[in-house]
Design a protein around this ligand. Structure first.
Ligand SMILES: [Zn+2]
Length: 248
């Protein structure tokens, strides 16, 4: 910690996933100049790896990516990917903190983008959740066509399967031979019952005409009944507490 305090990027410290320190600034200069597809591709694999890793050069590059983002979908996508990975073990907390202004600007930009109801709405929605520091929901939220969440009943600890999708919204006990048995319908939260992140997510989806996303969120932040002991609990609370990423 404390290694990357400089407000002006010292690229000699900002290695990418190959340990290089010179290639990323050169590539950024290239895409700023002419939006070159090959340069974007190389930037992508130098800044983020498939297995959820991000490198110091990725955070260092954020301000320049955010500046390009209003006119470049590639810049927007790469900045979003970097922020989604920010919950992982990257050892760059100070560097990330130094990027607060760029991240705030990115949040505003993504919000404007979502208002335009783009194709691929969910991906930008998840990027915005990450930019707000909501890494958990950014990582686990699906499109609610056929989503399952597994959690332990807070009262009897039995494993409960929560289904939210086109095939139904229910809590159940998953039986490997019989499927989801002893189903109970979920009780979605009303708009007034929602608070915090759940409310923000719901209101944003409603604002942007994303009806199935809003409906899924209302169920996810609503209540379920345990098929085993019949106690009622809030799905999102139990799921988040059991699956919260370890932040360092
Ligand atoms: Zn129970």
């Amino acid at each position: 910690m404390g290694r990357f305090n400089a407000q002006v990027v010292n690229w000699t410290l900002m290695h990418d996933c190959y340990g290089d320190v010179e290639r990323v600034p050169a590539l950024l200069g290239r895409v700023e100049f002419d939006d070159n597809a090959e340069a974007w591709e190389e930037l992508g694999y130098r800044l983020v790896l498939e297995d959820d890793l991000v490198f110091p050069a990725g955070f260092a590059a954020l301000p320049r990516l955010v500046r390009l983002a209003p006119r470049s979908a590639r810049a927007r996508g790469l900045a979003g990917t970097i922020l989604r990975r920010a919950a992982g073990h990257h050892g760059c907390d100070d560097l990330l903190a130094d990027r607060a202004d760029a991240i705030a600007e990115f949040r505003e930009l993504l919000d404007r983008h979502l208002r335009s109801r783009p194709a691929g709405y969910l991906a930008s929605f998840l990027d915005l959740l990450a930019a707000k520091g909501e890494y958990h929901w950014s990582a686990v939220l699906g499109d609610f066509t056929d989503d399952f969440y597994h959690l332990a009943c807070p009262h009897c600890a039995v494993e409960v399967t929560i289904a939210i999708g086109e095939h139904g919204c229910y809590s159940a006990i998953r039986d490997w031979h019989l499927g989801d048995v002893d189903r109970r319908g979920l009780r979605p939260a009303s708009a007034e019952e929602l608070s915090g992140t759940g409310r923000w997510m719901y209101e944003t989806a409603v604002r942007d005409g994303q009806e199935s996303l809003a409906d899924g969120i209302a169920h996810l932040f609503g209540k379920a009944e345990c098929p085993h002991c019949a106690s009622v609990f809030t799905i999102a609370d139990e799921y988040a507490s059991a699956n919260r990423p370890v932040l360092r």
